[in-house]
Every structure is written in C-alpha cells, then in structure tokens.
Design a binder for this molecule. Structure first.
Ligand code: 5AD
Ligand code: SF4
Length: 434
C-alpha cells in the first residue's frame, strides 16, 4: 500500500511541478514513506534520515535547501518525536492526509518551523486526490479499503491507519477503467483488510469484494485481478464464489493465518482457530481447485510454547503454502501483546529458521512441480541477461524467458522449463514461438 500511496503523492505533487526521480541525490524534495509494522522497519527511518541530512543544505546556486518529509505510519505514530530526533525534517504527515501535501509544501517554504499533519481528517483523502497516472507498468495497485477495526493484539495498523473505510464502488470502478485505458492488464486491489470491503454501490446498497471483483473483470483490458491482504474470518460466500466464477481472478491468494495454535490465535485476538482456517481453505479449493496459498506467520508471540510452534509447522504442511512471509514477533508501542512477558530472542531466531526452512522447501517443491506446465505470463520488465524478459505467472512466481522485447506488457503462454527456489524459467509454447 505504501507503493500505491507514494504514486498518489506524486500525482498530488505533479501540478506543483514535481516529478519522481530515481534517487535522492539532486532531488528538490525527499519523502520517506515509512512502515511501523515491526520495530526494524521503524528504526530504518532514523538511519535513513541520518544519511539524508547531508543533502539538506544544498547551496542556493544548486537550487537551495532540499525539503525533507516523513510520511506513512512511522510519521503517524511518532509525529513530533521525529522532529525531535531529526530537527532538519520539514514535513511530517500520516497516511490519511497526503491529499493536503501542496498546502504542507507551501507552509514548509515559509518561516515558522516544521509542518506536522497527522490528523484523521473527516473527509476521505480519496476525495481530494487528482486522477491517478497509470505509471510505467502493466500492473497497477488500486486501494479499495483502508484501516482496520480488528485489533489483533500484536498489530499497530488500527492505530496508525485508523478505522476501516471502504471507497465507493463507483470510484473504484472509475480508477480501474482509467488504468485499463492506459494499458494496465493486471489490477491488484489493496486494503489492510481488503476482504471486509463494503463500499457503497453505484445505485445504492453495499457491494462486497466478490461483487466488486466481478464488475472489474467486465472492464475491457483487465485480464488479471488479485487482492491483498485478507482476513480469514471476513471471507464470505460471494468472494469464494468469485474464485469459482471469475476467470480473471488469479488462482493465488495471500491469506495470513499467523499461527497454527488455537491458544496463540486466541491470544492474538484473531477471530478464527486452526480448524476454521482449514475449513475455509477447503471451501476455496472446492471453488478453485488450482488455488495456491500464501500466508504471514509470527513466531515467538508472547506465551508461544514449543508445542504451539509445532502446530504452526503442522499447519504449514497441511495447507501446503506455496509461499509465505514470516517474522519474529516485534513488540509495538501501545499494543496489548507488547505488555505481556516476552519469548526470548534466541527462541524466536530458532523458530523462525525452522519455519523458514520448511516454507522454503515447500516453495521450491511447488516451483519444481510447475515444470512442464503451460502458464500465462505477464511480462513486465527486462531480465539481467540480454534478450531476456521477466514476467509473473498466475501464482506470482517471477518467470524468466528469452523472448522478443516487443512482448513486454503482454501475457503469453509459456511452457515452464525450470523451477528454482524463487523463480521459474519458461519458453514460448509452439504456436506462440512460431
Ligand atoms: N511483529 C511481527 N510481525 C507482525 N506483523 C504485524 N505486526 C507484527 C508484529 N508486531 C506481521 C503479520 C502481518 C504482517 C503484515 O506483518 O504477520 O500479517
Ligand atoms: Fe493488523 Fe491485519 Fe489484525 Fe487488522 S486484521 S489488526 S491489519 S493483523
């Protein structure tokens, strides 16, 4: 979502004459768009700010002082603390106020100290954003929902991103049509808890995510749809049906389970146990038999025992996740779990290593099992080797192939010829190769 937000910040700043550049050196303004989800991500902000400090006092002959801004969830959570630790920062603003950036930039240009805007404004920021630019790629992110009311006991999101909000369906459809008209072939719908989407329908009533996906699939040019990130307990019948009925919906789903232990899941305030999660996966696989699943896991949550952790490993094997992200529990300020007695760090390190070894072996087995299959691949960039393009399979695996440059931005059927730890190799099938 930070990638999407950054692109929208660029849209907001375009009328002021700003265009994105590839690096900090030479830029007139530098915005760090930050993440507060784990301590490591938050700490990176301060080390990055330290590095940027030297760029601040650019001589007038070279354009004058550089504006340095901190955006995103660290800005939201730490606000004035950032200005205390890095007094050369000009602007601090949260994820819900970036539509006001032009005003903040104007204020930063005047005397009177730094600008701090971490409110949760009553007007949704989406109403204050200009038309999006489609970017360079054939794949676009589209935020449909933001914020979260679930309050998992480890998570800062409800505090930094605020309460749940769904954009009206008409706005989402207009943005999707805009991307399709600009040549985008794949749209990934975004939300902290995207499958709780309940946006106002174009003719009244409410649309859930299943309905929204079905309507986006009708837009000419949209060949692929994905959505992330979902909360298991919010997976409703119409969304499961969309996996059966909507061919454009890719057979790959990121559905975080966090832990395989009911005890830990309850302590996390997740509103499902292991059995509910397994039943849900059965239903999804009945709807879409070739569905591959990805997940997030936290190890070393307060109170997690060896037996709890073994249940996580069992869950990974039972479900057969083909990919996953896993993290050591990181206590976040203001969250209930941070106040509980903590698991020691070495135990977290050992559990993370064991989990990642299992996940890696499953990912490799899945990739190797793809050899011989024919898959649609959306080519979205050049490879490292001359004459090579890289694209994405329906399951999000990067696929390398020696193909003509003219195929960039197209979806081609490829026969998979190699399966590796993190990627595949493929070649055009007979008819397309001829
Ligand atoms: N510590 C470790 N991992 C966390 N996540 C969220 N909060 C924390 C935390 N305090 C992980 C969860 C979530 C993903 C986005 O980040 O697994 O699904
Ligand atoms: Fe955080 Fe997701 Fe739980 Fe919401 S549902 S509190 S975003 S982990």
């Amino acid at each position: 979502m930070n990638v999407y937000d950054s692109a929208r910040m660029a849209d907001v700043l375009a009328p002021l004459g700003y265009t994105p550049v590839d690096g900090a050196a030479g830029a007139d303004m530098i915005i760090l768009n930050t993440c507060h989800i784990r301590e490591k991500a938050a700490e990176k902000v301060y080390s990055e700010l330290g590095r940027l400090k030297g760029l601040k006092d650019r001589p007038v002959a070279e354009g004058g002082p550089v504006i340095i801004a901190v955006a995103g969830c660290v800005a939201q959570a730490e606000g004035a603390e950032i200005l205390r630790r890095a007094p050369y920062v000009d602007i601090v603003f949260g994820p819900q106020t970036y539509h006001r950036l032009p005003e903040m930039v104007a204020r930063a240009g005047r005397a009177g100290g730094a600008v701090l805007d971490t409110e949760f404004p009553p007007e949704p920021k989406f109403d204050g954003l200009p038309e999006p630019t489609a970017g360079k790629g054939r794949s676009a992110f589209l935020t449909v929902q933001e914020g979260c009311d679930k309050f998992c006991t480890f998570c800062v999101v409800p505090y930094t991103r605020g309460a749940e909000y769904s954009r009206p369906a008409a706005d989402v459809l207009a943005e999707a049509r805009h991307y399709a008209a600009a040549g985008v072939r794949e749209i990934t719908l975004l939300g902290q808890n995207v499958n709780c989407y309940h946006g106002e329908g174009p003719r009244g009533g409410e649309w859930g995510l299943g309905r929204l996906i079905a309507e986006i699939a009708e837009i000419v040019g949209v060949d692929r749809i994905r959505y992330t990130t979902s909360y298991p307990a919010d997976m409703d019948g119409s969304l499961i049906a969309a996996h059966r009925d909507v061919a454009e919906l890719m057979p790959f789903l990121h559905l975080p389970v966090q832990s395989g232990s009911d005890r830990v899941l309850a302590a996390m305030n997740r509103r499902h146990g292991g059995a509910e999660y397994r039943r849900l996966v059965d239903k999804l696989r009945k709807a879409r038999p070739d569905l591959a699943l990805s997940s997030d896991f936290i190890v070393g949550f307060p109170g997690e025992t060896d037996a709890d952790f073994r249940q996580t490993l069992e869950m990974v094997e039972d479900i057969g996740f083909t990919q996953a992200y896993s993290f050591k529990y990181s206590p976040r300020p203001g969250t209930p779990a941070s106040l509980e007695p903590q698991v020691d760090d070495q135990t977290k390190i050992d559990r993370l290593a064991a989990l990642q070894e299992l996940l890696d072996s499953q990912q490799r087995a899945f990739n190797e099992g793809c050899v011989g299959r024919v898959m649609g691949v959306l080519f979205d960039c050049r490879g490292r080797v001359p004459g090579q393009l890289v694209g994405r399979s329906p399951y999000m695996q990067p696929v390398h192939a020696q193909v003509a440059e003219s195929l960039l931005g197209t979806i081609q059927p490829l026969r998979i010829t190699g399966g590796f730890a993190n990627s595949l190799a493929g070649a055009l099938t007979g008819s397309a190769a001829a």
